[in-house]
Design a protein around this ligand. Structure first.
Ligand code: NDP
Length: 506
């Protein structure tokens, strides 16, 4: 497949990079691994060494959990008034803003995402910390004052305890910021493990937490792999809750791992998010949102709009518009401010993406655009072309599974019922979208589609005030919004008898 008609941004001059030496943050101290082991992260776009991180083992995971346990049990954070917790969260937000350029740079260098996008994510993350601060002021339970003159019932909200926070590589700073401020607002303590491919910015956040004055041991960071660090964090008796974002497969493994001690689990998992386009839709608006939905973060996004279900009457004209727009999206050097789509996270992952396209083609689907590696002058081989695959049927893997790459699957429908059946016909249920100028069609779709979030005539807007999460195999629980705080709170019922009115049993 030729790439001559795509929009490409070549590499800029070589820039010198300060290679980061990343350590665990345990009980307020930066420590190397007892084993002395480290692992390296190279930029997926340039191949340069970006960071060298301590490789955590069982000892580091256990030490971090013990520190978080002690910090929770002695009340050094849970006893701090909500207003004071809010002050600290706001301070962290301000520090994130102050350090935005540096955080965004390393986010880009480790993940391959475009620099302008990384900066917007870090700015958005700071605002989530500010929103979390408002919740810290508002930890409210309930009361029941109609149980009779001698009884008062109260429901107290208490922090759940020690939380293990495990995050993926695609939005490292944003995702930890969808969890930690809410856990801290609630009064919990935490142990955090970022993906081993993108540890740097979580460590930077740790530095900011210390600078803001978070008491020692309240937040701890352990670097390393799912095995053994994640495994200890999901099975250790001193952990009360696991908050995980990642793949559905690992999410299921975590549910199994935590079942021994029945920990609370909150899971933000994958998606195979459909956008359904009715014939009365504004096709130009829809085409732009479809292109954004599928190529944003190179498609390595739980919310990727990786399949469209389009009415047969407009399928050809819409697909043409999408193909034309796809050619205009600037792919290439993540450090160039005009770039919209950067590198793929790893060579293995790129091969997996390509495998889905080739398999669909072999099964009779038609590759209308792309479907191959992308070569960008001066950069690595870890780029993939914007790809549109037409003639996809519901039984194909490309229609059912997360491709997690810049690949759009196009399916068609005739009737509303058929569109709903196709939209709901995957095991996932994270997000869905509908395009129609008829508000009744939009509402009927929103009611029938199985998804945690529905967008009508738009795609992937997000606000800290609104909850986010999935149904079916896309997850358990909700982040953001008031629900984001609620996840980290436990209810305690208190029944107070007034006076000596209790009837004796004997
Ligand atoms: P993974 O599920 O592979 O990994 C996520 C995290 O879990 C990593 O830190 C990983 O460590 C760790 N981990 C791996 N195995 C275990 C284990 N047995 N116990 C505990 N922790 C473990 O996901 P990816 O990093 O590949 O991220 C991509 C996935 O994340 C996609 O499926 C995507 O849809 C989903 N995602 C969902 C979002 C949502 O909000 N719904 C948002 C963003 C992504 P390591 O890899 O370092 O070994």
């Amino acid at each position: 497949m030729t790439q001559h008609d795509l929009t490409l941004i070549h590499s800029e001059a070589d820039s010198a990079i300060e290679v980061l030496d990343l350590k665990h943050m345990i009980d307020g101290a930066w420590v190397a691994s007892a084993s002395g082991e480290v692992f390296d992260r190279h930029s997926p776009a340039t191949g340069q060494l970006i960071s060298r991180a301590a490789r955590g083992g069982v000892a580091e995971a256990e030490a971090a959990i013990e520190a978080a346990r002690k910090a929770f049990d002695d009340g050094r954070w849970s006893d701090v008034p909500g207003s004071e917790r809010a002050k600290l969260l706001n301070e962290v937000a301000d520090l994130i803003d102050k350090n935005r350029a540096r955080i965004a740079f390393y986010e880009t260098m480790e993940s391959g995402k475009p620099i302008a996008q990384a900066e917007a994510e870090i700015e958005g993350a700071a605002n989530i910390w500010r929103y979390g601060a408002t919740l810290a002021w508002n930890i409210r339970g309930d009361s029941q004052n109609a149980l009779g003159p001698d009884m008062l019932g109260m429901v107290l909200k208490e922090p759940i305890g020690v939380v293990s926070i495990i995050t993926p590589w695609n939005f490292p700073f944003l995702i930890v910021s969808q969890k930690l401020p809410f856990a801290l607002a609630a009064g919990c303590t935490a142990v955090i493990k970022p993906s081993e491919m993108t540890s740097a910015t979580t460590v930077m956040l740790g530095e900011l937490l210390i600078e803001a004055g978070l008491p020692t041991g309240v937040a701890n960071i352990v670097l390393g792999f799912g095995d053994p660090v994640g495994a200890v964090m999901t099975t250790h008796a001193s952990v009360d809750m696991v908050s995980f974002t990642g793949s559905t497969g690992v999410g299921k493994a975590i549910v199994a791992a935590t079942s021994g001690s029945l920990k609370k689990v909150s899971l933000e998992l994958g998606g195979k998010n459909p956008q359904v386009i009715f014939p009365d839709a504004d096709l130009d608006e829809a085409a732009d949102a479809i292109v954004f939905g599928v190529y944003f973060n190179a498609g390595e996004c739980c919310n990727s709009g990786s399949r469209i279900i389009v009415h047969k009457d407009v399928a050809e004209v819409l697909t043409e518009k999408v193909v034309d727009l796809s050619k205009k999206v600037p792919f290439g050097d993540p450090l160039n401010r005009d770039t919209k789509v950067g590198a793929i996270i790893s060579a293995d992952h790129k091969a997996k993406i390509d495998g889905y396209v080739k398999e669909a083609e072999a099964a009779g689907a038609k590759v209308r655009l792309g479907g191959d590696d992308l070569s960008v002058e001066g950069l690595t081989e870890q780029f993939y072309q914007p790809t549109v695959v037409d003639g996809v049927t519901a039984n194909m893997a490309i229609a059912q599974e997360e491709v997690f790459g810049p690949v759009l699957a196009v399916l068609t429908f005739d009737t509303f019922e058929e569109a709903i059946a196709l939209a709901n016909g995957a095991s996932y249920g994270l997000s869905a979208g509908v395009w129609s100028e008829n508000v009744h069609t939009c509402l009927a779709f929103a009611r029938r589609v199985e998804a945690g979030t529905v967008w009508t005539n738009t795609w992937m807007d997000g606000f800290p005030e609104l909850p986010f999460g999935g149904v079916k195999e896309s997850g358990l629980g909700r982040e953001l919004g008031p629900n984001g705080l609620e996840e980290f709170l436990e209810s305690k019922t208190v029944q107070m008898r007034l006076g000596k009115s209790r009837q004796k049993w004997v």
